[in-house]
Ligand binder design. Structure first.
Ligand code: CP
Length: 430
């Protein structure tokens, strides 16, 4: 087997669209045994699956693959060509993905996990330079894109804010983009205006990734959010088709939910409950698009009613920087997702997500910290997933995804077994 056991099994379940329970029954093993085979190698309860199981799973996947071969022939070819934006290897919108191509990207992200978890290193992007251009505040997107590029062997140059860029001297987006293209091999751009990253992309032939364009889109965030949902559902034995997703908060200006609802809509028969303070509702065009794809949309102004039966609660911060302070009140306390309301409305296998940052200031009423020790809170597993997903994006856009598996070497240093103080409770959950 050229990939890890965990990647092989996850990939097989995804291709067959089976939950862990059904997959275990299909291959005739106990769910508990399958769970131990799905743990990361090196974790305490990890077990190697018998060779006969591996051969059997390969056989089933290949047969299913043959059946689907003709149906999928239209989607063949390198992933970066299938997701290209106007013929260029750029990632500007989640509209570039189909369900098949997004799951292909996630198979590559799975292969990146040993690197993201500091078990292996790779140098497939050695010599390549990333330009990180962030004209708006960021911690996660800027640093995780940079770290993802470095973990593939590349290096990073960055500039933050308008003040320290020549845009402060009146330089146009076109000139900045063309100049940067002479210095770096790929760019990630965050800019406060919707559509601005597409303008950068027009002025260059190097890969450009949209790191957030005002209230427009945040495709890499939505990709890592979907990857997190699928990974958590796999652990919980759930399928995304037919799931109930509650999106809570600023759905008007929150670009992460704009990208996420479009990506989720690639699946079948979802129920979306949209819970927003007055004036911050999801834009109509997204409601129309999602409705046309056969999903159920319920809009609610009551958190308590809207969360009942949810499989995923996705909370967002009020994007105060995008409107005048007096225009909208923001969250009142009854919009706060906290332990009491999650306990009251949802079951033990709900997952609570947030793109972060959460606004921890008094009176903000953003996602409560009282869920921090609750395993249903997935926000740090979500941020950790930013690395393998962003590594996969770079590997695909730069055409090196096929080289990663054979480039892996063991790490030479000793990373801590749990990177966060609360992670030990969750260790081996994956
Ligand atoms: N989720 C997100 O975009 O975070 P940053 O603003 O810190 O990049």
């Amino acid at each position: 087997m050229t990939v890890s056991q965990q990647v092989f099994l996850r990939d097989s379940m995804r291709r067959l669209n089976l939950t862990r329970d059904v997959f275990a029954a299909r291959i005739g093993v106990k769910r508990r045994a399958l769970d131990t085979w799905l743990l990361p190698e090196g974790s305490q309860e990890f077990r190697t699956m018998p060779e006969v199981v591996s051969r059997f799973v390969t056989e089933i996947v290949q047969n299913e693959g043959l059946l689907q071969k003709y149906a999928q022939s239209a989607q063949s070819g390198p992933l970066r060509d299938r997701i290209a934006y106007h013929g260029k290897h750029q990632l500007l919108s989640v509209d570039q993905f189909t369900r098949e191509s997004v799951e292909d990207l996630f198979r590559i992200a799975d292969q990146m996990q040993p690197i993201a978890r500091r078990q292996k290193v790779s140098r497939v992007l050695e010599g390549a330079v990333l330009g990180n251009l962030f004209f708006e505040a960021s911690t996660r997107t800027r640093v995780s894109f940079g770290a993802a590029f470095c973990r593939l062997g590349g290096s990073v140059c960055d500039t933050t804010g308008f003040t320290f860029s020549s845009m402060a001297k009146g330089e146009s987006i076109y000139d900045t983009s063309r100049v940067m293209s002479g210095y770096v091999d790929a760019m990630v751009i965050r800019h406060p205006e919707k559509g601005s990253v597409a303008e950068f992309a027009q002025a260059t032939n190097i890969p450009v990734v949209n790191g957030g364009d005002g209230p427009g889109e945040h495709p890499s965030q939505a990709l890592l959010d979907l990857y997190t949902i699928l990974t958590e559902f796999s652990r919980l034995g759930k399928l995304l088709d037919g799931a109930h997703i509650a999106l809570v908060g600023d759905l008007k200006y929150g670009r992460t939910v704009h990208s996420l609802i479009k990506l989720l809509a690639l699946y079948r028969g979802l129920k979306f409950t949209l819970i927003a303070p007055r004036g911050l509702e999801m834009p109509d065009y997204l409601l129309e698009e999602t409705g046309k794809q056969g999903h159920t949309i319920v809009q609610s102004s009551s958190l308590e009613e809207g969360l009942v039966g949810a499989d995923v609660i996705y909370a967002t911060r009020v994007q105060k920087e995008r409107f005048a302070a007096e225009e909208i009140e923001g969250y009142t306390p009854d919009f706060q997702v906290n332990k009491a309301i999650v306990d009251k409305c949802c079951g033990p296998d709900v997952i609570v997500m947030h793109p972060l940052p959460r606004d921890s200031r008094e009176g903000a009423h953003d996602l409560s910290v009282d869920l921090n020790h609750d395993t249903r809170l997935a926000i740090f597993r979500q941020t950790d997933n930013g690395i393998p997903v962003r590594m996969a994006i770079f590997a695909v856009l730069l055409g090196v995804e096929g080289l990663v598996q054979h480039s892996l070497r063991d790490v030479t240093w000793s990373p801590p077994s749990h990177i966060g103080p609360d992670d030990s409770i969750l260790h081996d959950m994956d």
